[in-house]
Ligand binder design. Structure first.
Ligand SMILES: C[S@@+](CC[C@H](N)C(=O)[O-])C[C@H]1O[C@@H](n2cnc3c(N)ncnc32)[C@H](O)[C@@H]1O
Length: 287
């Protein structure tokens, strides 16, 4: 199937299906992709090629600006419904315990990283755990409600933790300041056009011998009854653009493609828990 037919069918589907939100906002971006790659078979167009093209032709920042407002709203609404209105009793990523493999890292290394940064820290469970172990933790989240709850929980637990209500792409933190960076569930919500920027950001903030631990959702197989089936990897684009399906599911190879020029990938393991199928990726900065 050609990229043109696949994307036109997708646009048509999204326009007809009113349970999905405003695809029209993204039609200009999709049309640009169609103009450039329309005649190619979808199997021959990689996401990296599309990302590079979009970055060059409009600057990823422009597209990100469009998305950022929606994203912030999406996360704020999720936490609002859970903690303010209390119409949802739990959020899919919420788990009472700190991430168990994180516990293993802190234990097995025998030493506690001095300065830690957590990206997309939510209500602070893992940040508080790391601070309790003795690290100086800075934790960032785009939702003000999540950050407020995290601050209250840290106070209750009597630990010091710096919680910042920021977008990870606008943190303005000191370079090479962190020995350990942790992300559980934020990266798979970052639009693929910003994957390079994300890898650069981690590399810039990590100290020269620092390590990065990424927990992201893992691609098992493509569901048959959906667009994925015929859109192949291009469905990722719609995934990121579409607020209701904003996750990207990664394979170990995707992780290598995105990170291996800046990081030494030490271990990628699959891990299943109540929050879903995850890849646990442990990396060190390449000096
Ligand atoms: C799936 S939740 C995981 C939260 C937390 N790590 C946990 O495991 O409970 C993803 C979190 O990333 C935050 N987030 C998403 N995009 C972000 C961005 N661009 N900058 C900062 N935080 C972001 C969301 O507000 C949300 O709290």
């Amino acid at each position: 199937m050609k990229v043109r037919s696949a994307l036109m069918a997708a646009i048509e589907f999204y326009e007809k299906n009113d349970t999905l939100s405003s695809i029209e906002v993204y039609v200009p971006i999709l049309m640009r992709i169609i103009n450039k790659f329309g005649g190619k078979d979808i199997r021959d167009v990689s996401m990296l090629k599309i990302a590079a093209f979009l970055e060059k032709s409009s600057g990823s920042k422009v597209i990100y600006k469009m998305l950022a407002k929606k994203k912030k709203y999406f996360w704020e609404m999720a936490y609002f419904k859970r903690y303010v209105e209390q119409v949802t009793s739990s959020l899919p990523w919420e788990d009472n315990k700190p991430f168990n493999l994180l516990g293993e890292i802190f234990k097995s290394n025998g030493h506690v990283p001095r300065n830690v940064l957590e990206l997309g820290s939510g209500t602070g469970r893992d940040a508080i755990f790391m601070a309790e172990k003795g690290s100086n933790v800075t934790a960032v989240d785009i939702s003000s409600i999540a950050i407020k709850i995290a601050k209250e929980s840290a106070k209750k637990a009597d630990v010091k933790c710096k919680f910042l209500n920021r977008d990870i792409f606008k943190m303005n933190l000191k370079s090479e300041n962190f020995d350990f960076i942790f992300d559980r569930g934020c990266f798979h919500h970052v639009p693929f056009i910003l994957h390079n920027e994300y890898a650069q950001l981690i590399s810039k903030l990590l100290s020269p011998d620092g390590s990065f631990y990424l927990i992201c959702h893992c691609q098992q197989k493509l569901p048959k009854e959906s667009f994925y089936h015929f859109l192949g990897k291009l469905a990722w684009l719609l995934n990121c653009l579409e607020v209701h399906q904003s996750e990207i599911l990664f394979t170990p190879n995707d992780i290598k493609l995105i990170f291996s020029d800046k990081f030494k990938i030490q271990k990628i393991t699959k891990h299943h828990d109540e929050t879903g199928n995850n890849l646990c990726c442990f990396m060190r900065k390449q000096i």
